[in-house]
Design a protein around this ligand. Structure first.
Ligand code: BT5
Length: 310
């Protein structure tokens, strides 16, 4: 959001401030104050103007300015009502040299999961992709999937939903999938050039509009409709804060929320199937599985939690 508009909103949030006072405080003309206020009203901010000045009323429910307003993370928001895939758009922005942008959409027409699987993204969900350029060797990129999973589970918990993480990229309630993560990157030999972390969180969505072949859930069906703006802000802030933490701190946060550890699991990798007990996570995000042949570290794959008899 335009920094002057951000400052106007901050100034009028707690009561009336007159046009001349705002103009003096921001060192702009009164006409400029007026045109910024008009632009903010067009973005959906309710701004009363009375004899004692401007006062901020309701903030828009969702959208770019709504998410940016009060967001405690240095991310620009690019918002679309409809888009093919926020990951695709974030990759385009990466090619343009951009960074620290989150592309957010109300619905996606071509949402993607891993291995080009379809990701259902009807209106009412939280679908977004964060583009960052961390100073990280490419091999450490999976840490960002852990960060995204922790941030998503924490945001769901803040909304009252008992979410846990299933390795590598699912956030679930019990056995029902609530959210998925798709991390993509481009790297040079020794460092990441860009990273796009896509998060799809079923927020105010009817489970009938989601895949019927696997157990799924939504925040709305767990606790009733949520404030998408607040959930998105919490998620982005948690993501930003944890993304700069040391790997050990990230992994400890992950361990605390993981449902996979201690489970018997079957992991399908591109080459083989590994069965055993998931005992730990290791940097940068590998699952440590205790198998009949000893400890194995798995970097990627589809993981099923098995019942003890399987
Ligand atoms: C994922 O893949 O879980 C990653 C999903 C990432 C989606 C976000 S939305 C914003 C950004 N833009 C994109 O285009 N993508 C990212 P995977 O682990 O491969 O799981 C995919 C499987 O989850 C599908 O094959 C379905 O079985 C199931 N699925 C599809 N849509 C779902 C939904 N909305 N909720 C729960 N499960 C779903």
């Amino acid at each position: 959001m335009n920094p002057t508009r951000k400052r106007i909103l901050a100034a009028i949030a707690d009561g009336p401030v007159s046009g001349p006072d705002l103009a003096a405080e921001l060192d702009i003309s009164r006409a400029a104050v007026w045109s910024h206020v008009e632009a903010l009203r067009e973005d959906g901010f309710e701004i009363a103007s009375e004899s004692n000045g401007y006062t901020l009323g309701n903030v828009p429910d969702y959208g770019g300015p709504a998410i940016e307003y009060g967001l405690d993370a240095p991310l620009e928001i690019e918002y679309r009502d409809e888009i093919g895939s926020t990951n695709e758009r974030a990759r385009e922005l990466a090619a343009d040299g951009r960074s620290n942008v989150a592309v957010v959409a109300d619905r996606q027409t071509g949402g993607r999961g891993r291995l080009d699987r379809e990701w259902f993204s009807p209106s009412g969900g939280i679908w977004f992709s964060v583009l960052v350029r961390p100073e990280l060797p490419p091999a450490d990129a999976p840490l960002y999937t852990l960060v995204a999973a922790v941030a998503t589970a924490r945001a769901a918990r803040a909304a009252g939903v008992d979410a846990t993480i299933k390795w590598p990229n699912d956030v679930r309630v019990g056995e029902r999938k609530l959210a998925g993560i798709l991390t993509e990157m481009e790297g040079e030999a020794d460092r990441v050039s860009w990273l796009v972390v896509g998060i799809g969180l079923n927020a105010n969505v009817d489970p009938a509009d989601l895949p019927g072949d696997r157990p799924v859930t939504t925040l709305q069906s767990e606790v009733g409709a949520v404030d998408r703006r607040a959930v998105t802000q919490t998620l982005l802030e948690e993501f930003w804060d944890l993304s700069t933490a040391e790997p050990e701190v990230i992994m400890d946060a992950w361990r605390e929320l993981a449902s996979t550890l201690g489970q018997r699991v079957r992991v399908e990798t591109a080459r083989e199937t590994i069965v055993g007990q998931a005992v730990d996570i290791a940097a940068p995000g590998t699952l440590v599985v205790d198998t009949q042949e000893g400890l194995r570290e798995v970097t990627a794959g589809d993981c099923d939690h098995l019942r003890p008899t399987e």
